[in-house]
Design a protein around this ligand. Structure first.
Ligand code: FAD
Length: 299
């Protein structure tokens, strides 16, 4: 046993959630309650997804303003190259900063079918957006009394669907790091080894960005299938079968929470720097997962 003086202090794990801007009046009415319940667990930040279409941009900014002005939470605003020219991106970054947002997840976005990429005036890759955010930040440095903007980027335990291979995925992470990113959030994965292999490869190659595991509560088969399709990853067949055989909704929920907790424990035990939960605006599953994990909440 190591003497107390050389024992490492326990790691402080970060906790964060992803929300999406409401897409209907019903969703808009229930979201403040969800936010309040998630806020009670003391997350480090709450990320807000970005859809390129016009009206969605307004609801995104509205939600970001709500989080800044009416809650103690720190929002991380997602932003995509897709759907915006460089000039428009500058305006949006400015809008975020003026609203008090100090965290941005810089991503390329998924390219709509049939669109040649990049169209004139657009930024080609995620790391170009990281650089642009640093530029806008530098231009506004004097006003940003609250300090540096924190920039997150995406990482892919199973490789990005268009990537030629794992080595290229690491090169892309290195480019994001060089451009000024602070941390990464992983795409969903279902086997701990997939994420842990990414952590190891990244560390060996000199990636110093903490890579948070992005995990959704695995309680709803329909959602698991949908996200797997969107992310182009293999859905977890054995778990889906187990969920299908559940007697009722309560049993299915319990099995899904247990599977999520096993996945999270496995990556935390091997060095994951925290936990980022894809909540799909459903606080119940997220809170049940934290409860089952014994996560020390701030409330
Ligand atoms: P990039 O890092 O630009 O990579 C895109 C492709 O280009 C990859 O195949 C990569 O290998 C390749 N590439 C990158 N750099 C180079 C280079 N220098 N030379 C050659 N090839 C290169 N989408 C949304 O629309 N809204 C969201 O809110 C959203 N949130 C997300 C949150 C997380 C945590 C994650 C993981 C994804 C999210 N996405 C979101 C999806 C994301 O937009 C897509 O996965 C997108 O296809 C890639 O974005 P990226 O920033 O990783 O792209």
């Amino acid at each position: 046993d190591a003497p107390a003086s050389v024992r490492r202090p326990p790691r402080r794990l970060t906790l964060s959630y992803e929300l999406f801007p409401p897409r209907s009046d019903v969703q808009a009415r229930t979201l403040p309650d969800t936010i309040e319940r998630l806020a009670a667990t003391g997350p480090d930040f709450v990320s807000v997804t970005y859809g390129a279409a016009g009206p969605r941009r307004a609801t995104t900014t509205e939600l970001l303003r709500f989080l800044v002005d009416q809650t103690p939470l720190r929002p991380l605003a997602h932003l995509t190259c897709v759907g915006n020219t460089e000039e428009q991106l500058r305006e949006i970054i400015d809008e975020f900063l003026s609203a008090g947002v100090r965290g941005i997840l810089a991503i390329r976005g998924d390219i709509p079918d049939g669109l040649g990429w990049p169209p004139p005036g657009a930024l080609r890759y995620g790391h170009h957006l990281v650089r642009l955010i640093r530029e806008v930040e530098a231009e506004r440095a004097i006003e940003l009394a609250a300090g540096r903007v924190s920039i997150g980027v995406a990482a892919y335990p199973n490789g990005h669907p268009d990537s030629p291979g794992p080595r290229h995925d690491i090169d892309v992470l290195l480019a994001k790091q060089r451009a000024g990113a602070d941390f990464a959030i992983s795409q969903q994965f279902y086997a701990p080894g997939e994420y842990l292999a990414l952590l190891r490869r990244a560390e060996l190659a000199g990636v110093r960005l903490p890579i948070l595991p992005g995990i959704m509560p695995l309680t709803e088969p329909g959602r698991i299938l949908k996200l797997s399709r969107l992310a182009q990853i293999e859905p977890p067949a054995a778990l889906l079968h187990e969920l299908e055989l559940a007697r009722d909704e309560t049993e299915r929920h319990r099995l899904g929470v247990a599977a999520t907790v096993r996945l999270i424990r496995a990556v935390l035990d091997e060095g994951a720097p925290g936990l980022h939960l894809y909540t799909f605006n459903n606080h119940r599953a997220a809170l049940d997962v934290l409860d089952e994990l014994g996560w020390p909440s701030a409330a």
